[in-house]
Design a protein around this ligand. Structure first.
Ligand SMILES: Cc1ncc(COP(=O)(O)O)c(C=O)c1O
Length: 369
């Protein structure tokens, strides 16, 4: 790849993509501070504040790890930390398929419970797979919000099923959902749930958050091998002993995290989810007036709407023109299969119905709806 010189004159664009999303001004400003060391007391103040605030926001008694990484790190480390041999990966789109790829790359025996893109995972199918007399799964994985298709999987019901199998752990990829779609983590046997902060947490990218049950921690301790960097035990023990991270974190992003968590705590988990529900309902209504929703009815995501391009508009051209004329950016469909067949509106983080309406007005104008 040739160098394409970075210039300093890019126009600001309002982001309606499924992450990164808009970040508040005071959260961006919080990053601009003189640097300090990751073994100083100030770091303990910062890290314990963001970890405890995250537990309070999510309403969980489980352990919280905030790691310098993107969310994919926990796709990998959850497998390394919990799976000896067999894992059942539910797939219904690109990110759940990535989870299967990751586990295969790690040399695990992967059984896929596959759904057509746009369809949701069904808890009764998971039970059937777990009931198979030959099945011996260490882990079942499920993506909460399949960002490629706009499907919200019923992870609460899947978790209730997996909870009936005490030797099987339940791992949830909640990237693009957590913080914008309420989930009672402790009530549904969720052993591991992770997200990236650039999605519904509305922070600058650079950190991944993982909530780990005591059972999952104990499972890793009992295992012969585990991830070093993404090991649950290492992060959790380091936190208990020192209130810090095991290696140098992205300190500026943690400063931003602390500032944004204040906003999230003052809004509240359920209230934040309710605001996202309103945005999702508005977007679906608009989509059904002009197009159709792509996901199976009843499983539409609360943070990203995937809209079927039933009118055959020029999706790429519309995105370019909306960006050029209105400085707003939304997404095409995922990959070559869905690129022009669907388009996606990310309504996550700090947006509200008014800001989503500004985008749909711009799309109507450009596409002549
Ligand atoms: C559902 C889902 N899982 C995983 C990822 C990967 O997250 P990251 O890019 O933070 O590694 C994404 C990114 O969009 C996602 O939407």
């Amino acid at each position: 790849m040739e160098k394409r010189e970075y210039t300093d004159d890019y126009p600001d664009k309002t982001l309606y993509i499924p992450g990164p999303t808009e970040v508040r001004e005071d959260v961006i400003e919080a990053m601009c501070q003189p640097m300090f060391g990751h073994r100083m007391d100030r770091m303990t103040d910062l890290y314990t504040t963001i970890v405890e605030d995250t537990k309070a926001f999510l309403g969980t008694e489980n352990d919280v790890i905030v790691l310098t990484a993107s969310g994919t790190e926990f796709m990998e480390s959850a497998i390394l930390n919990l799976v000896d041999e067999d894992v059942l990966v539910t797939t219904c789109g690109s990110f759940s398929e990535r989870q299967a790829d990751v586990a295969e790359r790690l040399g695990k025996n992967v059984d896929r419970l596959e759904y057509e893109w746009g369809k949701a995972v069904k808890p009764e199918d998971v039970r059937e797979a777990l009931e198979d007399p030959d099945a011996d799964y260490d882990v079942v994985t499920c993506v909460m919000n399949e960002s490629s298709t706009g499907v919200r999987n019923p992870i609460e019901d899947v978790g209730d099923v997996v909870a009936d199998y005490p030797d099987t752990y339940f791992v949830v990829d909640a990237v693009s959902a957590l913080g914008g779609d309420y989930v009672d983590i402790d009530a549904h046997g969720v052993d591991v749930i992770f997200t990236s902060v650039q999605k519904a947490f509305a922070m600058p990218p650079g950190l991944a958050v993982c909530v780990v049950s005591e059972d999952a921690y104990e499972r890793e301790v009992a295992k012969d091998s585990a991830s070093w960097y993404g090991g649950f035990q290492r992060s959790i023990d380091y936190y208990e002993r020192k209130g810090q991270t095991h290696s140098t974190p992205a300190i500026p992003v943690m400063l931003a995290y602390r500032q944004q968590m204040k906003h999230m705590l003052s809004e509240g988990h359920r209230e934040r989810s309710e605001r996202h529900r309103e945005m999702a309902e508005y977007t679906r209504e608009w989509a059904r007036e002009h197009f159709e929703m792509f996901p199976e009815a009843g499983y539409e995501s609360q943070t990203v709407s995937c809209i079927e391009n039933t009118r055959g508009i020029d999706v790429a051209g519309t995105i370019d023109d909306v960006s050029e004329r209105y400085d707003m950016v939304f997404s095409n469909g995922y990959g070559s299969a869905l690129g022009e067949k669907t388009f996606r509106i990310g309504h996550m983080g700090e947006h509200d119905v008014e800001s989503i309406r500004a985008l749909t007005d711009a799309i109507e104008d450009i596409a002549g709806l």
